[in-house]
Structure formats: C-alpha cells, structure tokens
Design a protein around this ligand. Structure first.
Ligand SMILES: O=C(O)CCC(=O)C(=O)O
Ligand SMILES: [Fe+2]
Length: 230
C-alpha cells in the first residue's frame, strides 16, 4: 500500500496528520458532479431510512443509506444486504477511480452510499467492522452541498494502539462537491468520524449531499478462516 506522502505527491490536496500512525488526505473538487448527474443520483435514494439497532434500541438512521458490493455485512446491529456494484453507475465509476488513485494493490470492493437532506447527519463512529481489511484505507467522494466532517481522537484506545494513537489531534473539514477524502494508516482505530448536524454558521448554503464511502472487505474465505482460529 502506498505511503501517505506518496499519495499526497500523486494526488495533491492537503495531507492532515491525525496521530503518529493516522492521516487523512483531502483533495478538493476531485470528481465534481453536474446538476443533472446529481439529480439522477439523488433519485436513487431508498424510499425509507434504514431501521437500525443501536444499544438495543430500534431507531431510524438520520440519513438514507444503501450498501453496494459483493458482501453483505453486519452494520450497527443489522445485516445490510448489499447490491452488486455495476461499472456503469456513478458508484462503479468512482470505485474504479478511487482504486486507480490509490495505486496498484488497492482493492476497495464495497460502497456505502449516503444521501443527506440538510437536516440529516451521521453520528461519530469508526469504520471498523470485523469483515474489513484493517490496513486498507477508506476513500469517500462527496457530491452536492458542502458539509462539515469531523475526526476526533477516541477517548480511550486499547494499550496495543497507544503508540499509533500518540499525538492524536482532532480535525474538522468541509467536504464539498467532488471532494475526495482518504482516511489511512490506523485512522479507524485511533479516531471516530462523523457528519454533524448543520449549524447556521456552517460554511455554504444548506442543500442536499450524497457521499460514497469505499472500503475493502476481506474475501469471504478469509473471514471464515479467521473465525475458526478464535
Ligand atoms: O458521508 C460521509 O462523508 C461519511 C460517511 C461515513 O462515514 C460512512 O458511511 O461510514
Ligand atoms: Fe464512516
């Protein structure tokens, strides 16, 4: 996997150091939308927000979301049924462009697409499902209205991660139309991230936003092999 500094040299943008072993690379206006493409993608949002179980309570997600990829995966207490990624869709195009951007060896293979109305948001969390390849970066592409995106050091990290989490700092970004964000290193172990509720003082006009988050799941056989070892 390419180092952060190499990726930065290749893609430009701003490289943010988050801790001794975590970083985020933000490239503005990497693959911008057009009004027609944005509207067509917006139409694809599921009719209902997903019902999820958080701390044993049923609730609805504060956004629309849909999983794409070859694998169904457990997410916030339920199993999201993933739809295969078609190469002709925006999701498919952006997935191959992200893999190309990350360089040879990159094998992102799944997507969580999110649709946000101006009053939608996403709480702090880590993309740390057990089925993900932990060393693979997480790449996201945003379209539409700019939204605040926050990365915060975890309050407590296990002893095994203390070295990686050394010098942890928070980061706040605005993700605008076409922006690429790559979270790398130990980011999913050292930090939580989220898209907070919009505030009046936030940058930009309130509007709709779509994001695609690309991640790498282990091959199913690999997951089984790991389960057996436990
Ligand atoms: O909408 C975003 O930029 C963040 C999405 C995200 O963190 C996720 O889907 O796990
Ligand atoms: Fe996430």
């Amino acid at each position: 996997m390419m180092k952060a500094t190499e990726l930065h040299a290749r893609l430009g943008g701003t490289l943010h150091t988050l801790s001794a072993a975590s970083w985020a690379l933000h490239v503005s206006r990497w693959r911008p939308s057009t009004p027609a493409r944005f509207d067509a993608e917006w139409e694809l949002h599921p009719a209902e927000r997903r019902e999820v179980v958080v701390f044993n309570r049923r609730c609805y997600e504060n956004r629309y979301s849909r999983a794409f990829g070859d694998v169904s995966y457990a997410y916030a207490g339920q199993v999201a049924q993933a739809t295969p990624i078609e190469s002709t869709t925006a999701c498919g195009e952006l997935l191959s462009e992200c893999n190309e951007a990350l360089g040879s060896g990159s094998d992102l293979n799944s997507c969580l697409q999110n649709w946000y109305e101006p009053d939608h948001w996403l709480g702090d969390h880590r993309d740390d499902e057990r089925a993900l390849v932990p060393s693979a970066p997480v790449a996201s592409v945003s379209w539409g209205a700019s939204r605040r995106f926050t990365l915060k050091p975890r309050k407590k990290v296990p002893a095994s991660l203390e070295a990686d989490a050394a010098d942890s700092v928070p980061l706040e970004l605005y993700l605008g139309d076409g922006d690429l964000l790559i979270m790398g290193g130990s980011c999913q172990q050292t930090h939580v991230h989220g898209v907070p509720k919009r505030r009046k003082k936030d940058e930009g006009e309130p509007g709709r936003r779509i994001s695609w988050t690309f991640r790498q799941f282990r091959a199913p056989g690999d997951l089984l092999a790991r389960k057996r070892k436990r």
